[in-house]
Design a protein around this ligand. Structure first.
Ligand code: GLC
Length: 470
């Protein structure tokens, strides 16, 4: 066995040992994936030195069409450079992915060479990635939306290049809206509630008994943080942490959460409180939902040849609350591990995947939105992806950032406290008022940030004082 293989084997054993001791850290699925990842590196002891193989970890979208596109893309890279790429398996959801990524990086694992990096992770993992600035020409960096570059820059280091730009959007069935006389999709949450309830009732009366008005992501997960933030920001409730203070406990946020708590079991399936992206998408793609909140990249899957909703749907910004439209910024970049044994080749892969030429080529088919503004005015790109104009509108007018830069390494705890509080409201375990007040306290402790006094706090303080209570 070669020394490298032996070193990797020992590392795998140490990591697994540590993981089993710290069970809380990682789910069983995460451990299995990790074992597979490291195992794959070990199973190649006798490979010839050439061609060079580098490893990439990226969940991506798991449907066959998305996988086919990804494999083609990697094959093209190999044809151009002679460098082979092995795609490693990853868990499905963001919280577990972060646990697996962190564990591998904390152990200085030499694989993977390249990591997909969610837009919320740069401040958490950034120290463990190479600064790409010395490797990537300035013009190539300047091709991307400046906001995406800022997002991936931590303390002046560019820790990843942007690959795709996700945002929350409203998907709607054009055939059903037309059938019920709607000439445009709903512009406000009230309009959405009314249209969803009406179409759901009328279609069910005609035998479509499985049809639901609105599907979204209500499971206690990062996806719920994204959904709930959209509700509260559109209502004027702010982004949880603002100007260095915790601001989540305010009447606008409470109002937004209360409205959403009415949906499970009425316009949304009762099980929506356990849905992640794919659960909502499966129901939608089967033609069983009038409206869906999902990421922009659900467009690809909904447009596939076998999709029953192909040609029967469109997308637009999510409805407005009392304040404005709002779509959470999602998406990924690619980063090179500081522990990679092949940093030069790994950077080549990152530049290839994120660069203008490959983004242009990829965008000739239905695809996730590009991070290169120039492509949003390109006729052939727009012909394949007419929804890019809506993405641009949301990006320019209503993009909502999760407070990941403001909270740095504590973001995972902040987000968990937030989605658990909202989940308690959706499942009627807590009132919105209680959940928001408790969350405000919890976040103040987690972040060590100050708090703002809300109108509700002030009113209850005044009434306690006038009743002679502390
Ligand atoms: C999508 C987004 C990502 C987000 C995740 C939450 O993958 O691109 O930014 O964190 O969904 O589930």
């Amino acid at each position: 066995m070669c020394r490298f293989t032996e070193a990797v084997r020992q590392m795998r054993n140490r990591m697994l040992e540590r993981l089993f001791v710290k069970r809380r850290l990682l789910s069983i699925a995460g451990v299995a994936i990790l074992a597979a990842v490291i195992g794959q590196a070990c199973n190649k002891p006798h490979q010839p030195a050439s061609p060079m193989t580098i490893t990439l970890i990226d969940q991506g979208w798991p449907d066959p069409e998305s996988r086919r596109h990804r494999n083609e893309e990697l094959r093209r890279f190999t044809n151009e450079t002679g460098i082979r790429v092995e795609l490693l398996p990853a868990p499905e959801n963001a919280v577990e992915q972060l646990e697996v990524w962190s564990t591998m990086l904390d152990r200085h694992a030499p694989v993977p060479d390249v990591f997909a990096v969610d837009v919320i992770w740069p401040a958490i993992l950034g120290d463990q990635f190479l600064d790409l600035k010395p490797y990537v020409p300035a013009q190539e960096i300047a091709d991307h939306f400046p906001g995406t570059i800022t997002n991936f820059t931590v303390h002046g280091r560019l820790v990843a290049l942007p690959y795709d730009l996700d945002t929350g959007l409203l998907y709607y069935r054009t055939d059903l809206l037309r059938k019920y006389g709607y000439s445009a999709p709903p512009k406000t949450w009230e309009e959405l509630e009314k249209a969803a309830a009406r179409i759901q009732a009328a279609e069910r009366a005609q035998g479509q008994t499985n049809l639901w008005g609105f599907v979204w992501q209500g499971a206690a997960s990062e996806a719920l943080t994204c959904n709930a933030l959209e509700w509260q920001v559109s209502e004027g409730g702010g982004t949880i942490i603002e100007n260095g203070a915790v601001t989540v406990n305010n009447p606008q946020t409470v109002r937004a959460w209360k409205r959403a708590a009415r949906w499970p079991g009425s316009i949304s399936p009762p099980g929506v409180v356990a849905y992640r992206e794919w659960d909502a998408l499966n129901l939608w793609k089967a033609g069983q939902a009038v409206f869906m909140r999902n990421w922009s990249n659900a467009y690809m899957v909904s447009s596939e040849k076998d999709s029953p909703v192909r040609g029967k749907f469109a997308m637009c910004p999510l409805p407005k609350g009392r304040a404005r439209i709002s779509g959470t910024l999602g998406g990924n970049g690619y980063a090179v591990s500081r522990y990679s044994l092949h940093p030069r080749e790994a950077v080549q892969l990152v530049r290839f995947l994120c660069g203008h030429d490959e983004q242009f080529r990829r965008s000739q088919n239905p695809v996730e939105p590009s991070t290169i503004p120039e492509l949003y005015t390109n006729p052939s790109v727009l012909a394949a992806n007419p929804y890019f104009s809506d993405v641009l509108r949301v990006y320019e007018q209503g993009i909502t950032l999760r407070p990941s830069s403001a909270t740095g390494k504590t973001y995972p705890d902040v987000s968990r406290a937030y989605f658990e509080a909202v989940h308690a409201v959706l499942t009627r375990r807590k009132t919105a008022e209680t959940a928001a007040a408790e969350l405000q306290k919890a976040l103040t402790q987690i972040t060590s940030l100050g708090t703002t006094t809300t109108v509700a706090d002030e009113e209850s303080r005044v009434s306690r004082e006038s009743a002679g209570q502390p």
